[in-house]
Write a protein that binds this ligand. Structure first.
Ligand SMILES: [Zn+2]
Length: 351
């Protein structure tokens, strides 16, 4: 993989409200408490921020995508590693939105320019333009990606994707419940929700010296604010396989969070960027994980996750472009955002 991420050590710390996880009473092995004001950011701590679905609906094609994530660039660049779900292909022109996405080649560059370091590609839209479009998408990726591979060697290398940072090795295992369309060829291949395969990838992460293993499933029921039984069964399975956190995407809305044992589970981060305006779809989550190496013992621990509510502002709301912002900064001026935030907090239990 590229050395970009390994060389890329970001220093800034962002001020943020710490939002409590719901169902904290389920936690059996409570993590080290996060300080109230300044989160740890020293040489012994790796921070990783995750955001949900980055989409490009047809109406978005007429807007400057360099600005979409500009307002949360400090949040993304303030973490050592920023990870987003690339729910689009770069299959070449003509550019198309839903239901078969093909976005301009610059789109992924624009996302990365605003601080994203790693893109997840295991999602249901990755084969929207067939195997050729899938391959072209991976060819055009400007940053490390996970959840797929163009051949067996690359698939093994990227599933899990190991990102070294500050002397620690963070493993990402990204996989999808399925794809809307099938491919015409075996390669490139997307990582699918197969228990034997995922179990083997988690084991390989450990063999490759991962200090922390983060599972990134693309799963769940669209527009449901609560997880379903299948997600819960998979989350328990992933915990049993030894992952340190589960952070999901796909439903286009935020879902509830919990701890299973000591493992934090964010069932769905919702959308990051889209043209969606249906109830709850403009609200998303950024999830910040902090992983600490305690010297001199070398013991590792994962701190309690920090959640930030994001809002994808459509043209005419906050500005004249698609702008992802931190909801807390704007909620008092935007009644619909306020109503949505209150409704989602109530349904998900996220405070
Ligand atoms: Zn999806």
């Amino acid at each position: 993989m590229s050395n970009k991420t390994t060389r890329h050590i970001k220093a800034a710390v962002f001020a943020a409200a710490f939002l409590a996880f719901s169902h904290l009473s389920d936690a059996q092995d409570v993590h080290i408490a996060v300080p109230d004001i300044t989160p740890p950011s020293g040489a012994d701590t790796v921070s990783v921020v995750f955001i949900g679905d980055v989409m490009m609906h047809s109406r978005q094609l007429g807007y400057d995508s360099r600005e979409f994530l500009g307002r949360i660039e400090p949040l993304l660049s303030g973490a050592d590693i920023a990870v987003a779900n690339a729910e689009f292909t770069m299959a070449g022109p003509p550019y198309t939105g839903y239901p078969r996405f093909s976005s301009p080649d610059d789109y992924a560059c624009d996302i990365c320019r605003n601080g994203v370091d790693v893109l997840m590609v295991a999602n249901n839209h990755i084969l929207d333009k067939g195997s050729a479009g899938f391959r072209r998408t991976l060819d055009k990726m400007p940053c490390p990606f996970t959840g797929a591979g163009r051949d067996a060697a690359e698939f093994a290398e990227r599933n899990p994707l190991i990102v070294p940072c500050k002397g620690m090795r963070i493993a990402f295992v990204n996989f999808t419940y399925g794809t809307n369309l099938g491919g015409e060829s075996l390669w490139p291949k997307v990582n699918r929700m197969d228990k034997d395969a995922i179990s083997a990838q988690i084991a390989r992460a450990r063999e490759r010296g991962a200090d922390f293993i983060i599972a990134l499933p693309h799963w769940g029921v669209e527009y449901s604010l609560v997880h379903n039984r299948s997600q819960e069964e998979w989350a328990v399975f992933l915990k049993e396989q030894g992952v340190d956190a589960v952070i999901g995407a796909h439903p286009h809305v935020v879902q509830d969070t919990c701890f299973i044992g000591s493992i934090p589970v964010v069932y769905s981060m919702g959308n990051a960027i889209s043209n969606m305006s249906a109830p709850n779809t403009q609200l998303g989550l950024a999830v910040v994980l902090r992983m600490v190496c305690h010297n001199p013992s070398g013991a590792r621990s994962l701190l309690r996750p920090e959640l930030h509510f994001l809002w994808c502002s459509l043209p005419g709301e906050i500005g004249d472009n698609y702008l992802v912002v931190e909801a807390e900064d704007h909620v008092s001026d935007h009644p619909r955002m306020k109503q949505t935030l209150e409704r989602v907090k109530e349904k998900t239990g996220i405070e």
